[in-house]
Design a protein around this ligand. Structure first.
Ligand code: ZN
Length: 318
């Protein structure tokens, strides 16, 4: 099946060769072709260029894109769209002046989501989550990563990952699953952190690996959550099960999470609202992709990732 798109007003993000990433000042360049064509064969791009060079082909389908732009779909590398219920009450708490930390200490935040998730059936969670996935797709996203992390129990985490797997089976969008059992310490492990680490490493990870339920392993490396040492232990265990790390770091404090991520060759370090010069330096010339989450800053009223500073330093940024 061959599809020809003609008269494209502007074709975006065209490159002669395939590249893994763009960094620093290169990010300001967006290669485009005006008045372009694009040829697809069996859903893969076969050719593109200026309409002046349009080859003679017998297309099965021709789409006239006069006055329209053609661009790649979005790729969302960090989402939590599988969850149960909502945390609307926490907007009121924040308006009343409570911080993220104070809300968390009252059993809100992640632990509140975990309670709701563990009280919901797999079917209920699937039904709620598929609506959000459909919204994401309608907004032009063509590939999405989805995390667990609201179970914080063996059953809850596996339940979330099975929902992600079912979404991947039922929807025509590329989905990667990330295991985030280390999102917070559940209440019953509040005074036994080593016990929860043991559950993650020796109970959750083997079961996830056996059932091929995740592509990546994630940790919330932050004061009051998982220390750098605990984060390293989980990344190491994840790697042993073939799960590459991508981790939450530097959201509220810079405690060395970026350096730990780089050390374990993490695919990405995400959040980065609080960045020291050493943190930016540590990311230079590494395979680890820095990821900013500006809508999280907006949602929580916390500082934004110093994106311009990082790009100026020559880093790539997702
Ligand atoms: Zn996150």
């Amino acid at each position: 099946m061959t599809t020809l798109i003609t008269n494209i007003q502007e074709l975006l993000q065209v490159r002669e060769t395939s590249i893994a990433k763009v960094s620093g000042s290169e990010m300001a360049k967006l290669p485009t072709i005006k008045n372009a064509f694009l040829i697809l064969k069996d859903n893969l791009i076969e050719d593109f260029g200026s309409m002046d060079n349009l080859p003679k082909i017998n297309a099965d389908q021709i789409i006239d894109a006069t006055g329209k732009v053609v661009l790649p779909s979005w790729c969302d590398s960090h989402t939590h769209i599988v969850y149960a219920g909502n945390r609307e009450q926490e907007f009121v708490d924040r308006i009343n002046g409570l911080s993220y930390e104070e809300i968390a200490n009252r059993g809100g935040g992640i632990l509140n989501s975990a309670k709701k998730l563990n009280d919901s059936s797999e079917e209920e969670i699937y039904e709620q989550s598929k609506i959000r996935l459909e919204e994401v797709m309608h907004l032009g996203t063509g590939a999405v990563e989805i995390k667990s992390g609201y179970g914080l129990t063996v059953d809850g985490e596996l339940k979330m990952l099975r929902v992600i797997q079912k979404l991947a089976e039922n929807y025509p969008i590329a989905i990667k699953a990330t295991f985030l059992g280390a999102h917070a310490f559940p209440l019953h492990y509040k005074d036994d952190k080593a016990g929860y680490l043991d559950e993650i490493i020796n109970e959750m990870l083997p079961e996830i690996s056996k059932n091929k339920l995740a592509d990546y392993v994630d940790v919330f490396c932050e004061s009051g959550y998982f220390s750098v040492e605990e984060t390293e232990k989980i990344m190491e265990a994840g790697l042993a099960f073939g799960l590459k790390p991508k981790i939450h770091v530097n959201q509220f404090n810079s405690i060395g999470g970026i350096q730990a991520g780089v050390k374990f060759n993490a695919l990405s370090v995400d959040h980065l609202e609080v960045m020291n010069p050493e943190d930016i330096q540590a990311l230079k010339d590494t395979e680890t992709m820095p990821v900013a989450l500006p809508s999280c800053s907006y949602f929580l009223s916390i500082p934004y990732t110093p994106a311009r500073e990082m790009i100026k330093a020559g880093l790539p940024l997702a």
